[in-house]
Design a protein around this ligand. Structure first.
Ligand code: PLP
Length: 286
């Protein structure tokens, strides 16, 4: 495995960053998760736009252009002979001292890893996932905006731990106003009476797969409402699914002990899952 660090490739064992990097010391940095399907990178431009916007929000100057980042990502996939891959570009604040002041970090660092990747949830795409609503809240937009995909994922990890403890496959976050936000690493959709409902993106990450799901829903002629939701909407849903680069489109059939619909992935969820498979094979950066 060859890993890109600041313009050079290193074998896995030799790929190292400094313990003084503020990405390590403070979670000061941003990242992306991107997929390649059949040798084509899916929605690379959108992922890079989000990466650079995340960096801008935390006033982090990415040391290479989007074109250079694109070339480096393609090169990383090629060097590792990957066709179906999960790609992880990371931009960290870089090396500084033990203080948290980013002005002490003169140069940000870019790392790109890519690994072979298949379906994340195995047989759960057929059975459906169990989800648990968690007490930890998604960080509010007036703090670190959830649209920043930062290296600081502790909230999400706490949510995952809580879901694990309660027998869930995935966590469902609420925001500090009590509205449904998203999963620990995916966006959430509810289906009620043939209409798809999903929270607006102020309280969650603006997912690229979420956008694809919305495009699919439109192409299928299904009405979509972007609006706030509460527990009631989750528990009384006919169908629920989550979307993410790693999770793809995954059905949820159980939430906090309540069976969703008839306990099986519903017809609209299945249609979205099928269409998603077609879309990812059809497009991409070669
Ligand atoms: N929400 C969170 C917190 C995530 O980490 C992710 C994964 O990137 C998503 C949602 C889904 O976003 P995307 O579809 O762009 O992968």
């Amino acid at each position: 495995m060859q890993i890109y660090i600041d313009g050079k490739f290193y074998p896995k064992e030799e790929a190292k960053v400094s313990v003084f990097d503020h990405g390590f010391l403070y979670g000061d940095g941003v990242f992306e998760g991107i997929r390649a399907y059949s040798g084509r990178i899916f929605r690379l431009e959108e992922h890079l736009d989000r990466l650079y916007d995340s960096a801008k929000t935390i006033d982090l100057a990415v040391p290479i252009s989007k074109e250079e980042m694109t070339a480096a990502i393609i090169e990383t996939c090629k060097k590792n002979n990957l066709t179906n891959a999960y790609i992880r570009p990371i931009v960290s604040r870089g090396v500084g001292d033990l203080g948290l002041d980013p002005r002490k970090c003169p140069k940000a660092s870019v790392v790109i890893m890519a690994v072979e990747w298949g379906a994340m949830y195995g047989d759960l795409y057929e059975k459906g996932l169990k989800a648990v609503t968690v007490s930890v809240r998604r960080n509010p937009a007036e703090a670190l905006p959830p649209n920043v995909k930062s290296l600081n994922y502790l909230n999400n990890i706490l949510a995952k731990i809580e879901a694990n403890c309660k027998g869930g496959d995935e966590a469902i976050f609420f925001d500090t106003n009590g509205y449904v936000s998203e999963g620990s690493g995916d966006n959430i959709f509810v289906i009620k009476n043939g209409v798809i409902i999903t929270p607006p993106t102020l309280n969650n990450l603006r997912g690229i797969t979420r956008m694809v799901a919305l495009e699919i829903a439109t192409s299928l002629g299904i009405t979509v409402h972007e609006r706030n939701m509460g527990y009631y909407d989750l528990y009384c849903a006919d169908e629920v699914f989550v979307t993410g680069t790693a999770a793809e489109v995954a059905p949820i059939t159980w939430i906090d002990g309540r069976t969703i619909g008839n306990g099986k992935p519903g017809p609209i969820t299945r249609q979205c899952m099928e269409q998603f498979k077609i879309v990812v094979q059809k497009e991409g950066t070669p």
